[in-house]
Design a protein around this ligand. Structure first.
Ligand SMILES: [Fe+2]
Ligand SMILES: [Fe+2]
Length: 310
C-alpha cells in the first residue's frame, strides 16, 4: 500500500492499465465455460446473505434465500454499473486533450463495466432457468442512472468508490473463503473482483482530482447529495427486499403466516442494507479517503444519516 501511495498519480493510472491488460477475461471462455447453475448449491455466502437472521427457516429454505439474494446481487451490480459507466465516460472528457494515459485507463474501465453488465444479465437469465418462475427485479437501470447523474459528480464518485471497494471486500472476506458455494457463482465474482480492483483505484484518483476543483460551499452541498443518493439506494433495497420476500413465500412450498412474512422481509432488508450500505461505509480505505476530503462536521452528517438505516 505504501509503495502505491508514494507513486505519482500518472503512474497509478498507468499501473491500472497494465493490470487491466493482464487480468482481462472473457464472459464465455473464462467465466461461464458452458456451465449451468445447480439449485443444490448455495449462491451468496452467509456473510453477505445474513442467513442467521432468517430464524424461522430450514436449511433448505436458507439455501433458497441465498439463491434469491445471489440473483438480486447480480442484478444490483448490473443496475449500478449503468450509472458508473456513464459517469466514467463523462469524466473521460476532462482527459481528452490532456493525460492520454488517464484517458486510456478510463476507457478500459468503461469497456469492462459494459462487459460486466452483460455478464450480470446472463447470470440473471441462467439463475432464472433453475429457480421457480415469478422472481421480479423491476428497477429500471436507465431511470436510476438518470436520477443519479442529476446529482453532483463528487457525490456520484464517492458512492462509486464505496461500491467498488465493497465489491472487493465481499469477495475476499465472504465469497472466496466459503467452501459450500456454487463454483460458477464464485467464479463470476472472482473474475469481477479482478477488474474491480483497478476501478476502485481509478475512482479514488478521479474523486481526489475532482475534489480539488470544488469550493468549500459546493463540497458541502455535495455531501448532502451523497446522503440523498444513499437514501435513494436504500429505497431501492427496501422495494427489492419486499419483492424477494414475497417471491420466497410464494415458492418455499409451505404456508407462511403474516408475522413470519414480515420477519422474512425484515431479514432481506437487513441483508441488503449490510451488502450495499453498511459494509462499504465501514471499509477502511473508504473511510480514509472520505475523511481526507470532508470536515468532521460533514462526516457526522453522513454518519447520522447512515444510522437511520438500521
Ligand atoms: Fe463491474
Ligand atoms: Fe467497476
Amino acid at each position: 500500500m505504501n509503495a502505491i501511495t508514494n507513486i505519482s498519480h500518472s503512474e497509478r493510472y498507468a499501473r491500472c492499465i497494465q493490470t487491466s491488460k493482464r487480468v482481462r477475461w472473457d464472459v464465455d471462455e473464462d467465466v461461464i465455460r458452458g456451465r449451468r447453475f445447480n439449485p443444490a448449491h448455495k449462491f451468496l455466502p452467509d456473510g453477505l446473505s445474513l442467513v442467521d437472521a432468517f430464524t424461522t427457516l430450514s436449511a433448505d429454505e436458507k439455501r433458497f434465500v441465498s439463491q434469491i439474494q445471489g440473483r438480486t446481487y447480480a442484478n444490483i451490480f448490473g443496475l449500478v454499473e449503468r450509472f458508473i459507466n456513464a459517469k466514467v465516460l463523462e469524466l473521460s472528457h476532462d482527459h481528452w486533450f490532456g493525460d492520454q494515459v488517464a484517458l486510456e485507463a478510463l476507457v478500459r474501465f468503461s469497456d469492462e463495466e459494459l462487459k460486466h453488465q452483460d455478464l450480470f444479465r446472463r447470470i440473471d437469465k441462467m439463475v432464472g432457468e433453475v429457480l421457480p418462475l415469478g422472481y421480479r427485479f423491476d428497477i429500471d437501470p436507465n431511470g436510476v442512472a438518470r436520477a443519479v447523474l442529476g446529482k453532483s459528480t463528487w457525490a456520484v464518485l464517492t458512492l462509486t468508490l464505496d461500491i467498488e471497494l465493497f465489491t472487493q471486500l465481499h469477495y475476499r472476506q465472504s465469497i472466496e473463503p466459503d467452501t459450500e458455494l456454487s463454483e460458477l457463482f464464485k467464479d463470476v465474482f472472482l473474475y469481477h473482483w479482478k477488474e474491480e480492483s483497478q476501478h476502485a483505484i481509478l475512482d479514488e484518483l478521479e474523486l481526489v482530482r475532482h475534489n480539488a476543483e470544488l469550493t468549500a460551499d459546493k463540497r458541502d452541498r455535495a455531501v448532502d447529495d451523497f446522503i440523498e443518493l444513499v437514501a435513494a439506494v436504500d429505497g431501492i433495497l427496501q422495494a427489492q427486499a419486499k419483492s424477494d420476500a414475497g417471491y420466497f413465500a410464494a415458492n418455499c412450498g409451505r404456508a407462511v403466516n403474516e408475522a413470519e412474512a414480515r420477519a422474512i422481509e425484515a431479514a432481506f432488508r437487513k441483508a441488503y442494507r449490510w451488502q450495499y450500505i453498511h459494509s462499504g461505509a465501514q471499509h477502511p480505505q473508504f473511510g480514509k479517503v472520505l475523511s481526507s476530503l470532508i470536515t468532521e462536521q460533514q462526516g457526522q452528517r453522513i454518519k447520522a444519516a447512515l444510522a437511520t438505516l438500521q
